[in-house]
Write a protein that binds this ligand. Structure first.
Ligand code: DHB
Ligand code: MG
Length: 220
């Protein structure tokens, strides 16, 4: 099966179940009009995350890596009115654009954007005595994923869902690639596989950006 057929199947699924409204399309435009890299998740992945949120009746969400807020808006729409999302962004220019997008999407009351290097921000959250989270989505600096996970598992409860984007890296996790992101993702996946306190599967995906996948873990 060639990649074109897989992409057509993805589009077929998207048209049926994960179509984007003008607000989400404008978020993508805001990325094209700035220097934000086009690393937003794809609609079918976003839809899957919303189903996981609903299955887990998740209210308290943490997202590490905001970019323009594309995934944040999908997540915000899927949690109840009294749900809250903390999303962390390192780049101030991206954060300004994301905050504007949250207002445009009318989810700004559900979303708190924290600026800074994620591990520093997480440490501050610790110092402020943060609650546990029901859902944690990591999509930021790949070599920090294991450190993000170590924080996540300390702020989880049975049933917490921990999702990590980009764990397949175009298959480079198979090839002993010297790429630091691929090495980090392989290490992350192997770490997950050894833990007995979580259950995990990787959901592979194909997009215009190639082959990738999300690791979905649930805390026992
Ligand atoms: C990269 C990061 C992402 O979060 C993504 O979805 C795709 C690529 C990257 O840093 O290469
Ligand atoms: Mg990503």
């Amino acid at each position: 099966m060639n990649i074109e057929i897989i992409l057509e199947i993805e589009t077929y699924i998207q048209n049926l179940f994960a179509s984007e409204d003008p607000i989400l399309l404008n978020v993508k435009k805001s990325m094209l009009n700035s220097c934000i890299p086009p690393h937003n998740i794809f609609p079918n992945q976003a839809k899957l995350l919303t189903l996981l949120l609903k299955a887990g009746r998740c209210k308290n969400v943490l997202e590490i890596g905001t970019l323009a807020g594309y995934s944040t808006i999908w997540l915000a729409r899927a949690i109840p009115e009294d749900g809250q999302i903390i999303t962390i962004e390192l780049n101030n220019e991206f954060a300004d654009i994301a905050e504007n997008n949250f207002v445009e999407a009318n989810v700004n009351t559900k979303v708190q954007l924290l600026r800074g290097e994620a591990l520093n921000v997480l440490e501050q959250l610790d110092n402020n005595g943060t609650d546990s989270f029901d859902f944690i989505f990591m999509d930021a600096h790949k070599p920090s994923y294991i450190a993000y996970f170590d924080w996540a598992i300390r702020h989880a409860h049975p049933g917490t869902i921990i999702v990590a984007d980009n764990v397949i890296r175009d298959g480079e996790i198979l090839t002993h690639s010297p790429d630091e992101k691929a090495i980090a993702m392989d290490a992350y996946n192997k770490m997950l596989s050894k833990r007995v306190d979580i259950d995990t599967i990787i959901i592979p995906n194909v997009s215009g950006n190639g082959y990738d996948g999300m690791a979905v873990s649930i805390v026992n």
